[in-house]
Design a binder for this molecule. Structure first.
Ligand SMILES: *[C@@H]1O[C@H](CO)[C@@H](O)[C@H](O)[C@H]1NC(C)=O
Ligand SMILES: *[C@@H]1O[C@H](CO)[C@@H](O)[C@H](O)[C@H]1NC(C)=O
Ligand SMILES: *[C@@H]1O[C@H](CO)[C@@H](O)[C@H](O)[C@H]1NC(C)=O
Ligand SMILES: [Zn+2]
Length: 270
């Protein structure tokens, strides 16, 4: 049905056509309290490859893609094959009221995920929905993700939910190159926003992302929101709030953190 194994990096980059506006990314991923983050991170001793464990670990991630749709039209959430990357062409297309009504932490979300989520801790479940009819604060949301450290307590909830119109070639102006998926999967592997913690150390717990006070809007080259930092705000980073066209990559430090978190929480070694 939907079981596709892909190398970890294959789905971290979604590429395609164009679209620009000066808008801010709507990410609904909720950050834990400062206390919880501090306690989680205090526990993050550097992970080195443990050769005893290694042979049980997977370096690919099973991807389960659930197209939640109201009907078989694009407006109803049905995504044409060519809007999803080649590796993702095996898709579970399911009719559901959740296309319109889904909001995070709702009964609708719980029922959708409990019905469709597949796989273990290393499986990436992606749901595309509409966010069209939900509570007002979610109307501007393009996506949200759960954190890897929460899998242990609420495994059915684990996964990434994105607005169907943000896929490459979709209709979400400024956000239709697929970077929403990349950004949300970034959270799923344990990366914070680049502006996590504002200008204060330890910020996003990544050493080579310049501290940033708030998320960027549009693509403000030369933006600098913190005093005393070297360089400019990391507006081209996937974990900022810039437009899709503005976002070009992760830093080396983020890749290290990603590997550490994937190993620690998801039994994935790469
Ligand atoms: C490696 O993993 C094994 C099995 O989980 C554990 O018993 C051992 O202590 C670990 N070694 C190191 C150096 O962490
Ligand atoms: C499909 O669903 C969308 C969203 O509810 C709606 O706007 C559209 O009119 C529907 N189209 C058909 C042909 O039912
Ligand atoms: C940076 O310094 C200026 C001038 O002292 C101050 O007005 C501004 O609030 C500071 N910005 C931050 C983010 O601390
Ligand atoms: Zn986010």
């Amino acid at each position: 049905m939907v079981h596709v194994h892909v190398p970890v990096f294959a789905f971290l980059t979604f590429l395609a056509p164009h679209g620009v506006t000066a808008l801010q990314r709507g990410c609904g991923t909720e950050t834990a309290s400062a206390e919880r983050v501090a306690s989680l991170e205090a526990d993050s001793a550097p992970v080195t490859s443990n050769t005893t464990k290694t042979k049980y670990f997977s370096s690919t991630i099973p991807v389960h893609w659930h197209v939640i749709r109201a009907n078989e039209t694009y407006q109803g959430g049905s995504i044409p094959e060519n809007m999803i990357q080649e590796q993702m062409q095996t898709i579970n297309r399911v009719p559901s009221d959740s296309f319109l009504s889904l909001v995070p932490d709702s009964g609708s979300e719980q029922s959708m995920k409990q019905t469709y989520r597949k796989g273990d801790v290393n499986a990436l479940n992606i749901y595309t929905v509409g966010f069209l009819d939900g509570a007002a604060r979610w109307l501007g949301i393009y996506g949200y993700s759960t954190w890897p450290w929460d899998y242990a307590s609420v495994s059915w909830n684990d996964g990434v939910v994105i607005k169907w119109s943000t896929l490459p070639g979709g209709t979400e102006e400024g956000f239709n190159l697929g970077k929403t998926a990349t950004h949300e999967i970034g959270h799923w592997v344990g990366l914070y926003h680049t502006f996590e913690g504002g200008c204060e150390s330890p910020g996003d717990y990544v050493f080579d992302t310049t501290p940033e006070d708030t998320g960027a809007e549009g693509c403000p080259v030369g933006r600098k929101t913190c005093n005393g930092t070297i360089g400019y705000d990391p507006i081209h980073n996937y974990m900022d709030y810039s437009t899709d066209e503005c976002m070009t990559g992760f830093t080396a430090g983020q890749i290290v953190r990603m590997r550490t978190q994937l190993f620690k929480y998801r039994n994935v070694l790469f």
